[in-house]
Ligand binder design. Structure first.
Ligand SMILES: Cc1cc2nc3c(=O)[nH]c(=O)nc-3n(C[C@H](O)[C@H](O)[C@H](O)COP(=O)(O)OP(=O)(O)OC[C@H]3O[C@@H](n4cnc5c(N)ncnc54)[C@H](O)[C@@H]3O)c2cc1C
Length: 474
């Protein structure tokens, strides 16, 4: 370990200890407010005629009220309405369906769940299989309902920019193969046959992973859910939740009295007074190129595979759509941001954040020569929930055990949030055999202090170490 690395580690450990101490201090929620900005992503541009449903404007009752119309909310509505066709389900979305991270991400549909910690061989296999099944289910759902969704399923890479890490990854693949997880290790030349990436020493390749236009998927499912009787209200931000045997869910112009609710609000959940110390909302920047011609694609050497992410702390991730756009996210310190008071909207237009996008595109150009000066067609930001151990939690809480939740996917939620709907439905029905002992079911979060320590800690950590705050491995 170099002196610089050990210095960074000491800072990290010190900041983490300090965070534990000050996390006990609180400040009022009234200082924060929910902000939900427009989804300007490439994905949204492919549903130009989408019309949002009208807002809730009366008092209604429901068996289940789902708050949030992203993958978590929609997958819960989907599984719950199959399992309980006679129960009344109402979904409330602050703006439009797929307005949040589900409609603004990098599109990578990946196996595994982040932040599970060390698992036994059996649990490793079970977690992998559960995410694999979820990707199968997404694909089957698209086919079953004939949804107009752009997706691909020709595998994704995690690439290694360090020789030693590549060697370790190769050993990891041997172990995974031995326990029945079919991931491949490809050396640098083999990686380049699929995507001509420079500066990499090899990569983990999972042929079952892929890419999904989340906006088309979620908005496409709306009519399927409505045909099953699910009531969907958009432009209906929930302002207050009064727990009880019947939970009162209050919006600006209406109320739902529900026997149970689901918090499907991920990075926005703190604004409802829940999980405020469990995660911080992180703004991640993403851009896309215009559709590349076949010739241009050939020139940059993106022949096969849906996408890649790298092994660096300020992770770079990229996918290529069927329509020919290259989508690129992260890749620099400036491309990730935390805003004071856990703001959930990026102020102004992300188009004005030119420095961030320029810096990101420089990284893209280093991986894919010839792309550094390409035109950018879409630029956007999205809010994701980052927890200190990068773990998510899916469970139920409250005195009456009727407040279900799933959040904290930490940038790895396309598959996990789609899986959450199935878990919440099984939890509701007490059918937990499949999920027994899984590390993300009713998981705890490590506490993160509130303001002003949160903002100061984030700035210190990112400036001094170049890393996003993260509980060091002990
Ligand atoms: C820029 C970016 C890139 C990412 N890239 C990837 C990737 O490539 N692969 C991957 O696996 N994961 C990725 N992720 C993470 C992944 O997108 C998320 O983990 C996942 O979409 C979370 O889904 P969700 O439904 O829980 O939350 P969201 O999609 O955020 O949905 C929450 C919804 O709740 C609504 N809402 C919030 N508050 C209220 C309220 N009070 N009342 C009513 N409605 C409310 C919001 O408007 C929103 O529509 C990325 C995330 C971002 C932001």
């Amino acid at each position: 370990m170099s002196t610089n690395q050990s210095f960074a580690k000491k800072i990290e450990a010190g900041l983490y200890q300090a965070a534990r101490g000050v996390s006990k201090l609180s400040y009022p929620l009234s200082w924060e407010k929910l902000e939900v900005d427009e989804n300007r992503s490439l994905w949204a541009a492919y549903t130009p005629d989408y019309t949002a449903n009208s807002a809730l404007d009366q008092t209604e009752s429901a068996d289940l009220c789902i708050i949030g119309g992203g993958f978590t909310g929609i997958s819960t509505a989907y599984h719950f309405s199959v399992q309980y066709p006679n129960k009344k389900v109402i979904l409330l979305e602050a703006k439009k369906l797929a307005n949040g991270a589900s409609g603004r991400n990098g599109g990578m549909m990946l196996n595994w769940v982040y932040g599970t910690g060390v698992m036994s061989d059996d649990m490793t296999h079970r977690v992998y299989s559960a995410t694999h099944e979820t990707i199968d289910h997404i694909e089957a759902t698209i086919k079953k309902h004939g949804l107009d969704v752009s997706y691909r399923r020709d595998g994704c890479f995690e690439v290694f920019t360090d020789e030693q890490r590549a060697i370790e990854a190769k050993k990891e693949v041997e172990y995974l193969n031995n326990i029945g997880v079919p991931i491949q290790f490809l050396d640098a030349d083999q990686v380049r046959q699929k995507i001509n990436l420079q500066g990499v020493y090899g990569g983990l390749f999972d042929p079952s992973e892929g890419q999904l236009n989340g906006v088309q998927f979620i908005r496409g499912l709306k009519s399927v859910l409505e045909a099953r009787g699910v009531k969907i209200y958009e432009n209906s931000p929930v302002t207050k939740i009064n727990e009880g045997k019947t939970v009162e869910v209050v919006t600006k112009s209406g109320t739902v009295n529900a026997k149970a609710i689901v918090l499907a609000t991920n990075g926005y959940t703190g604004k409802l007074g829940y999980f405020r110390k469990s995660f911080f909302p992180l703004h991640s920047h993403v851009f896309s190129t215009p559709p590349l011609s076949e010739d241009e694609s050939k020139k940059i050497g993106w022949a096969g595979s849906a996408g890649f992410s790298d092994d660096l702390n300020r992770i770079s991730y990229a996918t290529k759509t069927n329509e020919g756009h290259v989508v690129f996210g992260g890749g620099s310190n400036i491309s990730y941001g935390y805003l004071f008071n856990s703001r959930t909207a990026y102020p102004g237009s992300p188009h004005s954040a030119t420095a961030a996008f320029d810096d990101m595109q420089k990284t893209m150009g280093q991986y894919l020569p010839g792309t550094g000066a390409m035109k950018r067609a879409h630029m956007w930001t999205g809010t994701l929930a980052i927890s200190l151990r990068r773990n998510c939690s899916i469970g139920v809480r409250g005195e009456n055990k009727n407040v279900y939740y799933a959040l904290g996917y930490s940038g790895h939620g396309v598959t996990a949030a789609n899986m959450a709907g199935r878990i919440i439905t099984d939890l509701y029905g007490g059918n937990m055999a499949k999920w027994q002992g899984m590390p993300f079911v009713n998981a705890d979060f490590s506490p993160i202090p509130l303001e002003p320590f949160r903002w100061a800690g984030y700035q210190m950590m990112t400036r001094l170490t170049g890393k996003s705050p993260r509980e060091p491995h002990r």
